[in-house]
Write a protein that binds this ligand. Structure first.
Ligand code: NAD
Length: 498
């Protein structure tokens, strides 16, 4: 059986494993590898390696650090097919989708190749008599990232790229469900010229996360995962005085106005609702048509499209949607679908009994469509994280907007309309972090910042863009007065430049 080790001090190692956990192929239900679970000693070894390497890396000029990222980007591109196949085999998403996962992470590595410019400070010449004032961005030291299963390449790259380019050492704790790609990325980073110890990977669950949250040498923590764990990580790490950003779950709505192009809106909903089996934090899980006629038209446009979706393993090039991640997730999604039926939603297409010849033990759930869902139902309240789209009918635009506003999550949302006024009003008023206008999955590009509002994010600064540079650095401001500006005698009042 293949073993997946940690990556500590530049080498893959099983360390002093606290145990091993099975890694499944979600398309077949078979165990395909075992991942080592880090013991306290393994985490300690990763921190020691990071602490030994970080000062020299921080003192390396930013152009040289940036060059490692140019090489890293080249190597990821060179190994794209291998990485995508590995990712699909553990996650279950299609190979094209896996390439998208890698590419969106790669774009952040490209962004931070501009580190010399991104890390520039500010300077004021002559802030007072003989006085100059300047600020600089210095690395925090050792940072850590804890990532979810659903983007095993993109989210680690969101975090490790700005952290490392800014001069930090970084410890990644990826999801234990699909841990191979993060280790492979760390190997490629070393091949690209990253000194050993600057990027370490440790595997495990709550125990190792708790070790990271408590470790006195880890200064900053970035987390992405479900809301209950995000809340826990944020609270625990902040109470230790650490810098922390924690991104949680989502329930993303797409409002469809009566003037929208229904065919295009339906196509958008299919990709956004069922792509990656709905296991995206920016997936659209609620469609909100405005007006009864719009609702009838969108459901009529959706139904044949959902029926036609090709569900299958990533190894079949024709597959448009793969399995979900675990047996437990499959069972949870099926039971939520049943709760929707029990609570009175109209089940237009039922994916509970979906089965594929030759893959009967795979964790497949067929694409499911509900109409006439109401906000009190569990299928509306819960983040299902599966291929289930709910239509919540609304009478007016204001009612649709209020529904989105009242939802506890605030990751992404979209409006489909030809009316610029409505789109502008929606973008301005909605209390959600990322908004699409005729764009169903409005994930910002690497040079903008990614982050939700409300229960979808805890902390101030977002992922990638300038926010990530700020998160992984501390600002230091220097006020310097030269002898020509120094007055004789002591001054007792608060210094001013008046
Ligand atoms: P998860 O919360 O179960 O796990 C995330 C990470 O936390 C993993 O590394 C896991 O090992 C660790 N973990 C799990 N239980 C823990 C515990 N009790 N204590 C400490 N650490 C623990 O999330 P997941 O199932 O891997 O990912 C899916 C979730 O992530 C969804 O809710 C999805 O919306 C969310 N997500 C959010 C974003 C975003 O940017 N907001 C992006 C991707 C995924």
């Amino acid at each position: 059986m293949r073993r997946i080790g940690h990556f500590i001090d530049g080498v893959e190692t099983e360390g002093k494993a606290a145990g091993f956990q099975d890694v499944f192929n979600p398309a077949t239900g078979e165990v395909q590898a075992q991942v080592a679970l880090a013991s306290a000693a393994d985490l300690e070894a990763a921190v020691a390696s990071a602490a030994a390497a970080q000062p020299k890396w921080a003192a390396t000029n930013p152009q040289r650090r940036a060059r490692v990222f140019f090489n890293f980007v080249g190597l990821i591109n060179k190994h794209m097919d291998e990485l995508a196949a590995l990712l699909s085999s553990e996650h279950g998403k299609t190979v094209d989708d896996a390439k998208g996962d890698i590419l969106r992470g790669l774009e952040v590595a490209e962004f931070v190749a501009g580190a010399p410019h991104l890390l520039k400070g500010e300077f004021t010449d002559g802030a007072g008599p003989g006085i100059d004032m300047y600020s600089m961005r210095q690395p925090v030291g050792i940072g850590a990232g804890i990532t979810p299963f659903n983007f095993p390449a993109m989210i680690p790259l969101w975090m490790l790229s700005p952290a490392i380019a800014a001069g930090n050492a970084f410890i990644l704790k990826p999801s234990e469900r699909d841990p191979s790609v993060p280790v492979r990325l760390a190997q490629l980073a070393v091949e690209a010229g990253l000194p050993k110890g600057i990027l370490n990977v440790v595997h495990g669950g709550k125990e190792v996360v708790d070790g990271i949250l408590a470790h006195e040498k880890i200064e900053a923590i970035s987390f992405v995962g479900s809301t209950p764990i995000a809340r826990y990580v944020y609270g625990t790490a902040a109470a230790q005085g650490k810098r922390v950003q924690a991104f949680g779950g989502a329930k993303n709505h797409m409002v469809i106005m009566p003037d929208a192009d229904m065919e295009k809106a339906a196509d958008a909903l299919i990709g956004a609702g069922y792509g990656s089996a709905g296991e995206r934090c920016m997936a659209i899980s609620v469609a909100v048509p405005v007006g009864a006629e719009t609702a009838d038209r969108i459901v009529a446009a959706l139904k044949p499209r959902v029926e036609k979706l090709k569900v299958g393993p990533a190894s079949d090039k024709a597959s448009e949607m793969g399995p979900v991640i675990t047996k437990a997730s499959q069972e949870r999604i099926r039971s939520l679908i049943s709760s929707g039926v029990d609570q009175g939603a109209e089940l237009v297409l039922d994916g509970r009994d979906f089965s594929l010849q030759g893959y009967e033990n795979g964790y497949f759930v067929g694409p499911t469509l509900f109409d006439r869902v109401t906000p009190d139902m569990d299928i509306y309240k819960e983040e299902i994280f599966g291929p289930v789209l709910s239509v919540v009918r609304s009478n007016t635009y204001e009612q649709a907007l209020q529904l989105v506003m009242d939802n506890p999550y605030g990751n992404g949302t979209a409006i489909f309309t030809r009316d610029g006024d409505a789109a502008r009003d929606f973008a301005a008023r909605v209390n959600v972090g990322m908004v699409g206008v005729n764009v169903p999955v409005p994930v910002p590009l690497a040079y903008h910042s990614f982050g939700g509002w409300k229960a979808s994010a805890f902390g101030d600064l977002n992922q990638h863009g300038m926010d990530s540079i700020k998160f992984w650095t501390r600002t230091k401001t220097v006020t310097a007065r030269w002898p020509s500006g120094i007055k004789d005698g002591a001054e007792f009042q608060m210094p001013t430049m008046a």
